[in-house]
Design a protein around this ligand. Structure first.
Ligand code: ADP
Length: 246
């Protein structure tokens, strides 16, 4: 098997004295779609944020495309460029147009020529089916449209991996579908994806693997059919049982 694109070994993460992640081992193959599930406070967001160094870990090892996530700034920059991230809240600059939100980092941080940055940004806005909104401001867009802009912005760095931290949780229900559709398209195009989400239909249909966490640990990992229809662990059964009752 080729080297995994993400490799996590014996990862431990503390916030002060509180241990948020306990002995996490996880390898993710190129092109794999992994959905992380678990109750609130189980460490899902912390884990995904550790993968691109948004949270520091105290013990263990993380490698992304073979690059160790360590104290070397150069490594951190390379990993951040390779792993795009989309958050629950879109974090768009309100005073910039949609296209300016997309071209800012490529131009300022990566020195891409303005015309080239604009061309790439427009093609990405088309890809998330929002090309006609390029010259509007974020306040003029719906939540679903803003989240699609945030996805396009993350794609500007031409990442190999996309990390999604509850990308649909802040959206009105009628806008969830359009964001999930964009995520499904990315999955079809072969993007490696790690998604924290509560969208169980998406998890079942799109994931190659479900990682179930509770109290800072990975309790169970399996393909979606086995995970949902034949969970092995009591904690998983409880979690799924609670979901079915809501
Ligand atoms: P999840 O994404 O599964 O809801 P989180 O990763 O956000 O869980 O949180 C895991 C645990 O770590 C929770 O108990 C949470 O209160 C705690 N935690 C998260 N962020 C911080 C922080 N910045 N400082 C202190 N504790 C935190």
């Amino acid at each position: 098997m080729s080297e995994p694109i993400i490799s996590v070994k014996a990862l431990e993460k503390y916030y002060g004295n509180f241990q948020a992640l306990k002995n996490i081992d996880l390898t993710i193959a190129n092109g794999e779609i992994v959905v992380i599930l678990g109750p609130s406070g189980s460490g899902k967001s912390t884990l995904i944020r550790c993968l691109n160094g948004l949270e520091e870990h105290q013990k263990g090892e993380i490698k992304v495309a073979g690059i160790p996530l360590d104290n070397h700034q150069e490594n951190l920059h390379r990993i951040r460029k390779m792993a795009g991230m989309v958050f629950q809240h879109f974090n768009l600059f309100p005073h910039l147009t949609i296209i300016e939100n997309l071209t800012l980092a490529p131009e300022i941080v990566h020195g891409v020529k303005s015309s080239k940055a604009r061309e790439l940004a427009l093609s990405l806005l088309e890809r998330v089916k929002i090309g006609e909104q390029a010259d509007k401001y974020p306040a003029q867009l719906s939540g679903g449209q803003k989240q699609r802009v945030a996805i396009a912005r993350a794609l500007c760095n031409e990442p190999k991996i996309m990390l999604f931290d509850e990308p649909t949780s802040a959206l009105d229900p009628e806008m969830v579908g359009e964001v999930l559709e964009v995520m499904k398209d990315l999955a079809k195009q072969g993007m490696t994806m790690v998604c924290v989400t509560h969208e169980m239909d998406f998890a079942r249909q799109v994931a190659n693997r479900i990682v179930f966490m509770d109290e800072g640990e990975i309790v169970e990992m399996n393909d979606p059919a086995s995970f949902f229809d034949n969970p092995k662990e009591e904690r998983t059964r409880q979690f799924l049982g609670l979901l079915r009752r809501t």
